[in-house]
Design a protein around this ligand. Structure first.
Ligand code: SF4
Length: 362
């Protein structure tokens, strides 16, 4: 691990600011505002998702929930369709809960102090710093995935940046960099500049060092090790799981079941799901339905962060015998599917089966 060096951090912040002003992004829909609600929303959406994908979601979300009060007043069911497809649904649940806490405990005014922000659900240290920097210009550095990659290369960290000790050292460097910036350091430009640099020139696959404003001081460039850094996460085999889902269709409607609020696809509507074929067959018998082998469709694989899920759908039509759905179930008209928050693979499956109805988000 590199030693902390004051020389290597001096001038860093000004260089990034100067570069960002000329080459950085200036027209993203969440730029040019100091409204912490809008900044917070963009930061949460961007946590695991690329800018190009987030833009449409962000705009739609704000049209429906223009302020924290509107979001807090909505039900989770009303919020989820505006998140469906972005993945990592715990973010949406935390977002909703966070809005309610801001209304209950902060009189509807978003805090802008990083310590206060970090007490709210779904807001970690780097997100809190970004909200504070963008909404107030506070001298508080971020350390998101992009910044870690830039730091790992610039300071030549050979270990995986997710390791606790490496992360601690990076936070110390991040603090050092902004502490050494000029008294009037433009924290908005610096914060955005680090995000932009990591997303563009210092990208994972093809760092464009010749165009990089940090090239002169970059250790990885000097060593020719840009492509080896950051070191990948030590690999563990991804566990594989399987499930069977039941497409019960009747009179232009399908039976949907809501997932428990925690766990994968928490709070979303999906198809009735079973761990084994035997459990699925048992449910069919319970409904008085015959589920022959020819009702089985081709399996599909969905990869989550921690495991791989093989989903086998079974399709039964004329399922009118299910007259009384359970409390967590509903018959959803095919025409209504576009407004239901469905997990991405289930959405794709139903789009394939019912193409004329579509299942696009809103
Ligand atoms: S010089 Fe290359 S490796 Fe170093 S920070 Fe810039 S783009 Fe990244």
């Amino acid at each position: 691990m590199p030693a902390l060096s004051l020389a290597s951090t001096a001038g860093f912040a000004q260089t990034v600011v100067a570069w960002q002003r000329v080459y950085g992004r200036h027209d993203l829909p969440w730029q040019g505002t100091r409204d912490p609600y809008r900044i917070w929303l963009s930061e949460i959406m961007l946590q695991q998702t690329q800018v190009a994908t987030v833009i449409a979601y962000y705009t739609r979300f704000l049209e429906r929930f223009p302020d924290v009060q509107a979001l807090a007043a909505a039900t989770q069911d009303e919020v989820m369709p505006y998140w469906a497809g972005l993945g990592y649904y715990a973010r949406a649940r935390n977002l909703h809960r966070c809005a309610q806490i801001v209304c209950e405990q902060w009189q509807g005014r978003f805090p802008t102090n990083p310590e206060d922000l970090q007490q709210l659900p779904g807001i970690g240290r780097s997100t809190a710093a970004a909200i504070a920097a963008f909404s107030t210009g506070m001298r508080t550095p971020i350390l998101d995935g992009n910044v870690k990659r830039v730091f790992a290369r610039y300071f030549s960290f050979r270990e995986h940046p997710g390791l606790r000790l490496v992360e601690q050292r990076m936070w110390a460097l991040a603090e050092d960099i902004v502490a050494q910036g000029p008294a009037d350091l433009d924290m908005v430009a610096y914060t955005q500049g680090m995000m932009d640099l990591g997303a563009s020139l210092c990208s994972r696959g093809k760092p464009q060092c010749d165009a990089c404003p940090l090239a002169q001081g970059c250790q990885a460039r000097a060593d020719g090790t840009q492509h080896l850094i950051p070191a990948p996460k030590p690999r563990k085999a991804i566990p594989e799981r399987e499930c069977h889902v039941l497409i019960l269709e009747n009179a232009q409607a399908v039976l949907l079941q809501r997932r428990p609020s925690s766990g994968i696809w928490g709070g979303l509507w999906t198809l009735p799901q079973f761990d084994t074929e035997a459990e699925l067959q048992q449910a069919c018998r319970h409904y008085g339905l015959a589920c022959a082998k020819d009702r089985r469709m081709a399996s599909m694989v969905h990869v989550f962060t921690h495991f791989k899920l093989t989903i086998t759908p079974w399709h039964l039509t004329n399922a009118s015998v299910v007259t009384e759905p359970a409390a967590d179930q509903q018959w959803a008209a095919l025409s209504r599917l576009p407004s239901v928050a469905l997990p991405a693979p289930i959405k794709k499956l139903l789009e394939g089966l019912y193409p004329t109805h579509g299942t696009q988000l809103l």
